[in-house]
Design a protein around this ligand. Structure first.
Ligand SMILES: [Fe+2]
Ligand SMILES: [Fe+2]
Length: 328
């Protein structure tokens, strides 16, 4: 037998001590943990929480933009937006599948979401009253998602990391299409430019909140970083994001709504105003402007789809019966 150069964490039957040693070796070698491997219970639980919240965010995230599909200003815009929203559904499905490899069922995750017990990204609880919001969401929200998710392509859990590779490619397209919507508006009439700026003003701060609380108030971050699920701290990612936005805002001709934002050459970071975390915590507690609507829509969609699930089960049963008869 040829010894594998890549360490693996052994099988699930491994006792805790040898399992932990093998797990630690995989993490130290920057290799991947796979579903068959032994893993600490906390690692499994953390991943289930993170991946399912991520999946829910993709699915709920279809709503703010789905709201504009029938009202997009041209056939081309409609086709692009439709493709983008469908991509988000796909992201949700890859991620639910990745979470299932950790021992939670799709039904359990769906139940947690429609019962209002699961968390998802706070950003999707804001309304989308104008067409420019499709631009600002693509540019800022998908842009923040890219900053967050590119490092996840190297996360230590194999199925999560692999799902993220494809997701990130699609997120780049989402960010470009948002940027392009804003660019078109900024080259248009005064009213269009105002609409673009007003939308950027509304989405900028919520997009910065997407990276989560400041590092000194993010108790689980250190552990996730030790497990190599997370590679950069919340504040580091926020800095990277702002660094990406500044030249792009200039190219667009929009201003970022933070009068204190400036590059601090000495500390090699951006100085910026305090984020209003009370707003963030209110939304996480379910009291954002659109929380109830988002969950109600999801619940309705699930109930409306009951006949599809029943039909699929009946069909599978009939196929199994047919196969049985053929064997007999
Ligand atoms: Fe996505
Ligand atoms: Fe996206």
């Amino acid at each position: 037998m040829i010894a594998s150069p890549i360490p693996t964490a052994g099988n699930p039957a491994a006792d805790d001590e040898s399992g932990q040693a093998a797990f630690d070796a995989v993490i130290a070698a920057d290799s991947r943990i796979e579903p068959r491997d032994w893993m600490p219970e906390d690692y499994r639980r953390t991943l289930i929480r993170q991946i399912s919240q991520h999946a829910h965010s993709e699915i709920i995230g279809m709503q703010p933009e789905g709201n504009w599909i029938t009202r997009a200003p041209s056939l081309k815009r409609k086709a692009i937006l439709l493709a983008k929203v469908q991509d988000e559904a796909g992201h949700g499905l890859y991620l639910y599948s990745a979470a299932q490899t950790l021992g939670i069922t799709r039904d359990e995750m769906t139940r947690q979401l429609i019962d209002g017990k699961a968390k998802y990204s706070s950003i999707f609880n804001y309304p989308t009253p104008t067409w420019a919001d499709m631009g600002a969401i693509g540019w800022l929200v998908d842009g923040a998602a890219i900053c967050n998710q590119v490092p996840l392509c190297r996360a230590s859990y194999g199925p999560y990391a692999r799902a993220m590779v494809r997701i990130c490619k699609e997120e780049s397209f989402h960010q470009r299409q948002g940027f392009e919507i804003l660019l078109t508006l900024m080259q248009g009439t005064d009213a269009q430019r105002e609409m673009a700026q007003e939308s950027v003003d509304r989405w900028y701060w919520p997009a910065l909140m997407m990276f989560g609380p400041p590092d000194d108030e993010s108790p689980n971050s250190a552990r996730s970083m030790a497990w190599k699920i997370k590679r950069f701290s919340n504040d580091e990612l926020r800095q990277r994001f702002v660094g990406m936005l500044v030249p792009q805002a200039e190219a667009l001709g929009v201003s970022l709504p933070d009068p204190t934002l400036r590059w601090n050459a000495q500390e090699e970071r951006y100085d910026m105003s305090e984020i209003d975390w009370t707003e963030f915590h209110e939304i996480l507690a379910g009291r954002g402007p659109m929380n109830a609507v988002r969950i109600q829509n999801r619940r309705n969609a699930h109930e409306d789809g009951a006949w599809v699930r029943e039909a699929a089960v009946a069909y599978a049963r009939r196929q199994a019966l047919k196969a049985e008869r053929q064997v007999a």
